[in-house]
Design a protein around this ligand. Structure first.
Ligand code: GNR
Ligand code: NI
Length: 166
């Protein structure tokens, strides 16, 4: 297991569109384990491979209070999204900034698990929000993209002064 460095906005590598995983093999499972370790250590409730500079469609999530319910989604596809929620959102790649973003309240997502088996999951509330946030990362999209240009530029300028993770 290893902790991986997390890219910080406005690093252009966060804009890379991730490619699908062809086969869930031991190398992918090793990455998943490292991503979970990185997420728990941060600490965060989700992490997309894009954030650790691996541009493959892999996300890990754990929104449980005890941090004992890891959810792994490989090649996730949001098939249904309905309703609306507004919550304060943060991101490990945008450290220290929290802003309200509109998301679907309920979703159904299809993905592969860490054994490469397909499954579907329905989610609402914070879990639904987190899945949408992580799927955005795989498209090179960040929550700051939903804010006004003024707010995003202010955040960009403040974070651009910080040292880079790698
Ligand atoms: O740890 C995280 N917390 C969080 C809080 C509100 C809305 C979204 C998130 S996701 C974030 C981890 C992260 O950046 N995942 O990409
Ligand atoms: Ni994020």
């Amino acid at each position: 297991m290893a902790q991986l460095p997390i890219l910080t906005f406005p690093d252009p590598r966060l804009r890379t569109k991730a490619r699908p995983v062809a086969r869930v093999d031991d190398k992918v499972r090793q990455l998943i384990d490292d991503m979970l370790e990185t997420m728990y250590a941060a600490p965060g409730i989700g992490l997309a491979a894009s954030q650790v500079n691996v541009h493959r469609r892999i996300i890990v999530i754990d929104v449980s209070a005890e941090h004992d319910q890891p959810l792994v989604l490989v090649n996730p596809v949001i098939e249904v999204a309905e309703g609306m929620q507004e919550r304060e959102e943060g991101c490990l790649s945008v450290p220290g900034f929290y802003e309200t973003v509109e998301r679907a309240e309920r979703i159904r997502v299809r993905a592969l698990n860490r054994d490469g088996e397909g499954f579907e999951k329905e989610a609402d509330g914070l879990l639904a929000l987190c899945i949408q946030h992580e799927c955005d990362h795989l498209e090179g999209k960040l929550f700051v993209d939903y804010l006004s240009n003024l707010k995003r530029q202010r955040i960009r300028k403040k974070l651009a002064k910080l040292p880079k993770a790698s």
